[in-house]
Design a protein around this ligand. Structure first.
Ligand code: AMP
Ligand code: MG
Length: 527
C-alpha cells in the first residue's frame, strides 16, 4: 500500500510488491538469477548541490524545491534521504549490444526509488542515474559525470517539449565528488565532476528485462514480469493471457514505430539502440552519445564507438527498431508459442512506420490532402539536401516562411541560410530549383490559406533543437561553475516551436569550429 510520507507525497512500490527480489541484499557485482531486481542502497553524497530542475515536472509530481525546501528536495534527488514508502532497487536486464547477445547488464548505475502517485492519478517512478554501484555495475563504478548528465537532463526535457515520447528529467545535481574517466579511451584518464540526474517515467522496463529471463529459461518469471507489465502499464488490454500477450506485443510495436517517426521528424539520432536501451513503453530512454542531425546525412552517427559499421546511423533507426522488436518477440515467444501473430505484429510495425512517416513528412511540408506523388516529392527533397549540406531544422522553418508568389529564382536565396555548403555547384542549385518547382505545383492542390499552412508547418518543425555544439558550450560553462547557458537552453527548449526574440543564436547553423570538435559532432560512450 502507498504510504503518506513526511513530504506528503504518496510513494508506492508496485514493482517490488509484485515481483520477486534477489535474496542477496549485500551490494557486490554478481549474476542475479530467479529475480527481476535487487534491493540496493544509494551512495551518500553529503556535498550534493542542485544545479537545475524542471519546475513543471516537479509540480506535476508534487515534489518541488519550494514546497519541500531546497535542501530536502536536493537530498531526495541525490539519494541522500529515503522518504517513507520509498524502496530503492536496481533492475536486472540483459540485452543485444551492437547485434550480439551480451548477457546480464542491468541497472549498473541507476537506482530506482519507487513511484510517486500523482494527484492526476498516474504513477511516475523516480530513478537516480549515477547514484552509486549496484550488483549490475560489472567492472564500472556506478557513477556519472557532469557532461553526460547535463546532456541527458537537457535532452530528455527538450524531447518532451518537442512532443517526442521520452523519459523525463526532474533534476540535475553535482555530487561534489570527482569521477575518473578516460573520455577518449586513449590512456589519458581525467577527474571530472560527478553528477546525478533524477529520471522520471511510468516504467523503466526495457526489452532486455524480458530477454534475460528467456535467456535463462526462467519462463515462470517471464510470465510474471509480462503479467505485471500489462496490469500496471497496459491495463486497457485486459486480463493477461495468450491473446492479451499478442495484443501487448502489437502495442509495443506500434508505440515503437511512433517514437521512431518522431525521431526522424526532429532529426534525433539515439546513437546506441541496443535492446537494453529500448523502453517497453516506446519512450526514448538512455541518452548517451546521441546527436542531432545538422547537415542532413542519413549515414551519420555521433557515436565514435560505432564509427566503423555505423549500425545506429540516423537513416537506419527504423530498421534497427524492427530488429530489436524481433529480439523482443523471440524473448516472449514461450508465452505465445505461435509465430504467426508475432510476425503479423512485426509486419504491422513496418506498415505503420511507413504510413506514419509519410504523414509526418507531409505535415512537415504543409501538405494536408494526400497526393499519390508525395512520396516521390519527399524523397527528391531529401536527396537534394545532401548536395547542399542542408540543415533540416533551419530548412523547414525557412520553407514555411517562403512566399510562393515570389519569383521562384529568388527562393534559393532564402533557403541558403540552411546550407552548410556556401558555394554549391550549378547542379546542386538546379536540384533545389527543380524541387521547388514541383513543390510549388503541388501546393496548388492545397486548399488552406498560406498563413494557416505556415502555422501548421511551424507546429511540426521545431525552431530550436538541442544542437550538439550548444550542449557542449553549456557543458564547458557548467564545468567552470557557470550554469547560465544550461538554464537558458532549458528555458528556450520548453517552447521549441516558438521563435523567441533574443535567442536567435540558438537556432542557427553549427559554427565551423564545431564541425570536428569532440562533444559537438562525435561522442564516445564514456560517461
Ligand atoms: P549504456 O551503454 O549506458 O546503455 O549501458 C550499458 C550497461 O552498462 C548498462 O547495464 C549500464 O547500467 C552499465 N553502465 C554504464 N555505465 C556504467 C557505470 N559508470 N557504472 C556501472 N554501470 C554502468
Ligand atoms: Mg543503457
Amino acid at each position: 500500500m502507498p504510504v503518506t510520507s513526511e513530504t506528503s507525497v504518496l510513494f508506492g512500490n508496485l514493482l517490488t510488491n509484485s515481483l520477486p527480489a534477489d535474496c542477496e541484499t549485500r551490494n557486490f557485482r554478481r549474476q542475479v538469477s530467479g529475480a527481476c531486481y535487487s534491493f540496493v542502497k544509494t551512495t551518500p553524497f553529503p556535498q550534493a548541490t542542485l544545479i537545475a530542475w524542471s519546475q513543471a515536472l516537479a509540480a506535476q509530481l508534487g515534489l518541488t524545491p519550494e514546497r519541500l525546501g531546497r535542501d530536502k528536495f536536493t537530498s531526495i534527488v541525490s539519494g541522500n534521504s529515503m522518504e517513507q514508502g520509498m524502496q530503492s532497487y536496481a533492475l536486472c536486464y540483459g540485452g543485444h549490444q551492437f547485434g550480439h547477445w551480451a548477457g546480464q547488464l542491468g541497472d549498473g548505475r541507476a537506482i530506482n526509488l519507487g513511484e510517486v502517485n500523482t494527484a492526476a492519478g498516474q504513477h511516475q517512478i523516480l530513478q537516480l542515474k549515477g547514484a552509486g554501484p549496484t550488483p549490475y555495475s560489472r567492472t564500472a563504478d556506478g557513477l556519472a559525470v557532469l557532461r553526460s548528465s547535463l546532456r541527458e537532463y537537457l535532452c530528455s526535457e527538450a524531447m518532451y517539449h518537442l512532443g517526442v515520447p521520452t523519459t523525463r528529467a526532474l533534476s540535475l545535481v553535482l555530487t561534489g565528488t570527482g569521477v575518473v574517466r578516460d573520455m577518449f579511451y586513449d590512456g589519458n584518464p581525467k577527474t571530472e565532476p560527478g553528477a546525478i540526474v533524477c529520471r522520471v517515467a511510468p516504467s523503466f522496463l526495457r526489452f532486455g528485462n524480458y530477454e534475460i529471463l528467456n535467456a535463462r529459461k526462467e519462463f515462470d518469471l517471464l510470465k510474471q514480469l509480462t503479467d505485471f507489465t500489462i496490469t500496471r502499464d497496459f491495463p486497457h488490454l485486459g486480463v493477461p493471457g495468450h491473446d492479451t500477450y499478442i495484443a501487448w506485443f502489437n502495442e509495443v510495436c506500434q508505440r515503437t514505430a511512433r517514437m521512431i517517426v518522431h525521431w526522424m521528424r526532429v532529426g534525433f539520432v539515439h546513437g546506441v539502440m541496443n535492446t537494453d536501451n529500448m523502453s517497453i513503453l516506446g519512450l526514448t530512454i538512455d541518452y548517451g552519445p546521441y546527436g542531432w542531425i545538422e547537415n542532413y546525412d542519413p549515414g551519420w552517427t555521433p557515436n565514435t564507438t560505432d564509427s566503423q559499421g555505423k549500425r545506429y546511423r540516423f537513416g537506419q533507426q527504423p530498421q534497427i527498431a524492427l530488429w530489436n522488436l524481433v529480439q523482443l518477440a523471440n524473448a516472449i515467444f514461450p508465452l505465445i508459442n505461435t509465430v504467426e501473430p508475432l510476425e503479423a505484429a512485426i509486419a504491422a510495425y513496418k506498415s505503420t512506420y511507413e504510413s506514419q512517416w509519410l504523414r509526418m513528412m507531409q505535415d512537415k511540408l504543409g501538405l494536408e490532402s494526400p497526393h499519390h506523388e508525395d512520396a516521390t516529392l519527399i524523397n527528391q527533397l531529401l536527396s537534394s539536401f545532401r548536395h547542399t549540406e542542408t540543415d533540416m531544422t533551419i530548412f523547414f522553418r525557412a520553407l514555411a516562411a517562403v512566399d510562393f508568389s515570389l519569383l521562384l529564382q529568388e527562393v534559393p536565396v532564402i533557403l541558403q541560410k540552411a546550407w552548410y555548403e556556401k558555394s554549391p555547384n550549378q547542379t546542386s542549385q538546379q536540384a533545389t530549383l527543380d524541387w521547388l518547382l514541383l513543390y510549388q505545383k503541388r501546393l496548388q492542390f492545397e486548399t488552406r490559406p498560406q498563413v494557416v499552412r505556415t502555422a501548421a508547418m511551424n507546429s511540426q518543425n521545431p525552431c530550436y533543437v538541442l544542437r550538439n555544439y550548444l550542449a557542449q558550450l553549456a557543458i564547458d560553462s557548467a564545468e567552470q561553475g557557470d550554469y547560465s547557458k544550461l538554464h537558458e537552453l532549458q528555458k528556450v527548449l520548453q517552447q521549441p516551436y516558438q521563435e523567441q526574440p533574443g535567442h536567435e543564436n540558438l537556432a542557427q547553423l553549427r559554427p565551423d569550429w564545431a564541425r570536428q570538435r569532440a562533444g559537438c559532432s562525435m561522442l564516445s560512450c564514456s560517461s
